[in-house]
Design a protein around this ligand. Structure first.
Ligand code: HEC
Ligand code: HEC
Ligand code: HEC
Length: 761
């Protein structure tokens, strides 16, 4: 059977489009390039298919018959109606306002330069080798030291499992490199790793978007030898070897003996299967559980289980000290001294969300996890097993009445710690049994609950409490404020009714909505209900000195409005303390120094025409940024808004007089609401961002919790997102598609008449 010519042409064009459109790996072809290719494909197909008169006729014949054949009248009308509708739909899609952020492409592994200037010395990257690898006798020692460096500096981003999923990775775009992926370090020479680590994101060439990468410049923090050691650790832990150009250049020690356990990664390349850590393989006499513990857990929990691994001092909450045998999360009754083994298995398998304790079920088998439970209980000499469990029962289904009862009970029993609106804004400084500061959970954020936010889980926590912390058991008859089973369920229903949704994934655009009339700078004004809120995760500043590792703020929500004159932004975030230096209550609640609370918005001075932006941390030499900084002030000095001009980290200067940024803040029940607004344009376009409807403007945010010792560079931040002043939907959104539909329909009718005349004549 021959395929009709016209059909063949359509198949070729659609096929070509699909091939271009389906992304291969990380690689996406930009729409403009696809359009260009499609143009050539269509022209090519038409040229070939209409090469001779007869072939042109053959190709056109189905169309001619559709237009002219009296037998095809019904089909003709169907096509005549569908085509204009389709054209109208396409036009509507083109003219309607779109909020899809501009696509940003980057080269992940750019060609390295042949030489690099690092530590004030010049290195030839073509011949550079890791000098420590020549010293095979001390290999294990170097790897071990590299591990310590890794767990003090890198794992927040690159992850405890080196998979690029550190507990702060979600705040960065591009994501930190996944070293377990065969596409990263396994493909690289060690000199490339050295170059990337020492010069960081800003050291990248333009095609790799250095202004977006959060990878710090490690020559500012680590010595040359430390960089080589951490590189050895990364290769060793993932069971990979650096790529070498010449075979003899490799000075790796002989293949290591097999280690018992820990080889869970199923994704290793074939030839490298058994390239396990030799640093931890020495202790062959040890049981599998010890070897796994030493390789996976000790970096945080310590080699003797005392919660004092190299990473511990950078973590809040701190890793558990197993020698005390006090565990927080259990389903056993309040009077049982330990959790059940199943509770511990669950902790290790699923991790504890909202902390750095990772989920291990992807790397470790069920048996390995069970063996680990026995092993860590052993640090305190515990052999006993608990099997009794809190009876959860059927529960009380949620209703207005139940929620109302729950609210009363919550205010009476829980609000002294969790705050009136459950944001964890306790009015007292709480500590764990082992002396660390602990904050009651912000119960409005279900994604921060360590045991998940299922009603049964919340019920269990209320019933059994959280041992080692002030969170009491409400089933304990000695608790004078105890709750009956039914009352506990009412409280659960109330807590569930408060829970917000997880910060929107991929929501990266602040839609600036056009407002009619004046815009107030009052954060409580009803006008804000019209604006759309978008929530961004924030992460601590761990890129440049002074770094900050133990934040309290987890996210920030933004709304925006504009009119002919001004642009206004409402920033909302949960902060457990209103920090006012000088205020007695604030002093009592503070930890690590007391400073004012604050929030900031960062703009590029020039809205970028192409991809290139200022470096996300305060801009850079060639690209300056404006920072609008609001601060809560102290009891003796007014807070307020100031404008900073910045051209790099540590290079910001306040501008006298500002440019009339107005606004103010209000603190209520554990939440700040701050408004900042400015005129759309200013007199000095060389120094200030100029807002323009219909353009995507890069924007970034930062916030300070002054009671958590946050001041200066110690704060939480986002990288670049977008603000988009939505052009008011003009009449064009509907009239243009209607005109297009009319034109297409008219064209069809004309063509049909022509064809029918020709066939008659
Ligand atoms: C603040 C987060 C952060 C920290 C901390 C961090 N990195 Fe990175 N790193 C990144 C990001 C993001 C990327 C990916 C973007 C890029 O290539 O610059 C990256 C990329 C890399 C790469 C390039 C991998 C490749 O395939 O090209 C290496 C190597 C690397 N990091 C090593 C380290 C080492 C070693 C440390 C600790 C000394 C560290 N990083 C600490 C964020 C971080
Ligand atoms: C990156 C650091 C880190 C690593 C690696 C780590 N943990 Fe943890 N772990 C923590 C932190 C932090 C906590 C405390 C969380 C809290 O207090 O809410 C914790 C808590 C625990 C708890 C106590 C839970 C409770 O109910 O009190 C157990 C058990 C545990 N970890 C086991 C392990 C095991 C087993 C491994 C290795 C397979 C491991 N951890 C690896 C950081 C880590
Ligand atoms: C004396 C202070 C105090 C009181 C009273 C209190 N809590 Fe807590 N609660 C805490 C602290 C502190 C934590 C956090 C413990 C930690 O992170 O280690 C917490 C944690 C929680 C969690 C988090 C569980 C998880 O999986 O993360 C829930 C749920 C909770 N409390 C509910 C309640 C409810 C409901 C009440 C009242 C019936 C209540 N709490 C009363 C101090 C308290």
């Amino acid at each position: 059977m021959r395929i009709p010519r016209l059909l063949l042409a359509v198949i070729i064009v659609i096929g070509g489009y699909l091939i271009l459109k389906i992304p291969s790996g990380h690689y996406l072809i930009p729409a403009s390039v696809i359009r260009l290719y499609m143009f050539f494909i269509i022209v090519g197909v038409i040229l070939v298919m209409t090469f001779s008169d007869s072939s042109a006729k053959e190709m056109a014949s189905p169309i001619v018959s559709l237009l002219g054949d009296p037998d095809r009248k019904r089909l003709r009308w169907v096509v005549f109606i569908i085509l204009p509708l389709f054209a109208g739909y396409l036009t509507y899609n083109k003219v309607r306002p779109s909020f899809d952020a501009p696509v940003e492409l980057r080269t992940v592994h750019p060609a390295p330069p042949s030489s690099a200037k690092v530590y004030d010395k010049s290195y030839n990257l073509l011949t550079l080798e890791n000098p420590l690898r020549k010293d095979a006798a001390n290999f294990s020692q170097y790897v071990r030291e590299g591990g310590e460096i890794y767990f003090k500096n890198c794992f927040y981003c690159h992850g405890d499992k080196l998979n690029g999923r550190g507990h702060y990775a979600h705040g960065f775009n591009p994501l930190p490199a996944n070293f377990q992926d065969v596409g990263t370090i396994a493909q690289l020479q060690e000199s490339f790793v050295f170059w990337r680590v020492t010069t960081g994101g800003p050291g990248l060439p333009k095609e790799a978007t250095p202004w977006l990468s959060a990878m710090p410049i490690w020559q500012h923090f680590l010595s040359e030898e430390e960089v080589w050691k951490v590189s050895m650790f990364i290769y060793d832990y993932t069971g990979r070897v650096p790529r070498v150009m010449k075979e003899e250049a490799s000075v790796n020690p002989p293949p290591p003996p097999l280690m018992g356990g820990g080889e869970g990664e199923g994704e290793k390349g074939e030839g490298e299967k058994n390239m396990l850590s030799i640093a931890y393989a020495e202790d062959k006499a040890a049981s599998g559980a010890k070897a796994i513990y030493d390789k996976r857990c000790a970096w945080c929990h310590g080699w003797e289980g005392a919660g004092d691994g190299p990473a511990a001092e950078f973590l809040n909450p701190r890793p558990r000290d197993f020698t005390a045998a006090v565990y927080k999360y259990k389903s056993s009754p309040y009077d049982a001294p330990f959790p059940t083994d199943e509770d511990l298995i669950r902790t290790i398998s699923d991790g504890l969300p909202g902390t750095s304790m990772p989920a291990w079920n992807d790397l470790l088998s069920d048996k390995e996890i069970r063996d680990l439970v026995t092993y860590i209980k052993g640090f305190a000499g515990v052999e006993e097993k608990i099997s009794a469990q809190v009876k959860v029962g059927k529960g009380v289904s949620s209703s207005e009445d139940s929620i109302r009862k729950g609210k009363e009970l919550f205010i009476d029993r829980c609000s002294e710690c969790h705050g009136e609106e459950a944001r964890g804004d306790a009015a007292k400084a709480l500590r764990t049994d082992w002396g660390d500061r602990v904050w009651p959970r912000d119960l409005t954020k279900p994604w921060t609950l360590r045991r998940g936010s299922e009603p049964q889980e919340i019920y269990t926590r209320i019933s059994t409490g959280i041992p080692g912390t002030p969170m009491p058991s409400f089933a304990d008859p000695e608790n004078k404020k105890g709750l009956s089973e039914e009352e506990r369920w009412h409280v659960v229903n109330y807590v569930k009714s408060l829970q917000k949704e997880t910060p929107r994934e991929g929501g990266s655009v602040v839609k600036m909505i056009k407002a009619a009339g004046e815009i107030s700078d009052d954060p409580m004004n009803a006008q804000w209900e019209k604006a759309e809120s978008v929530t961004f995760p924030v992460v601590p500043q761990i890129i440049a000195k002074e770094r900050h590792f133990t934040p309290t703020i987890t996210d920030i929500s933004v709304k925006a409005l504009y009119n002919e004159k001004e642009a206004a932004f409402l920033l909302e975030w949960d902060d457990r303390t209103k920090s006012m230096p000088g205020d007695a209550k604030a002093m009592e609640l503070s930890e690590g120094g007391l400073y004012p609370d604050g929030v900031a918005i960062q703009w590029p001075v020039k809205i970028p025409e192409g991809m290139e932006k200022p470096y996300f941390g305060h801009g850079d030499g060639g690209h300056s940024v404006n920072i609008w900084h609001w601060s809560s002030g102290t009891t003796t000095s007014e807070g307020g808004i100031r404008l900073l001009d910045a051209t790099g980290l540590g290079k910001s200067t306040p501008r006298d007089g500002g440019v009339g940024i107005k606004g103010g803040g209000i603190y209520r029940n554990g939440q700040w609401r701050v408004v900042m607004k400015r005129s759309l344009k200013t007199e000095d376009a060389e120094k200030d961002v100029q807002f323009e409807a219909g353009r995507f403007i890069p924007v970034a945010f930062a916030a300070w919790d002054g009671s958590n010792g946050e001041t200066g560079s110690k704060h939480v931040l986002t990288t670049w997102y977008w603000a988009y002043p939505m052009p008011p939907a003009g009449g064009g959104v509907f009239t243009t598609p209607v005109i297009v539909m009319a034109l297409v329909f008219g064209g069809e009718m004309l063509l049909a008449r022509q064809v029918q005349r020709n066939s008659k004549g």
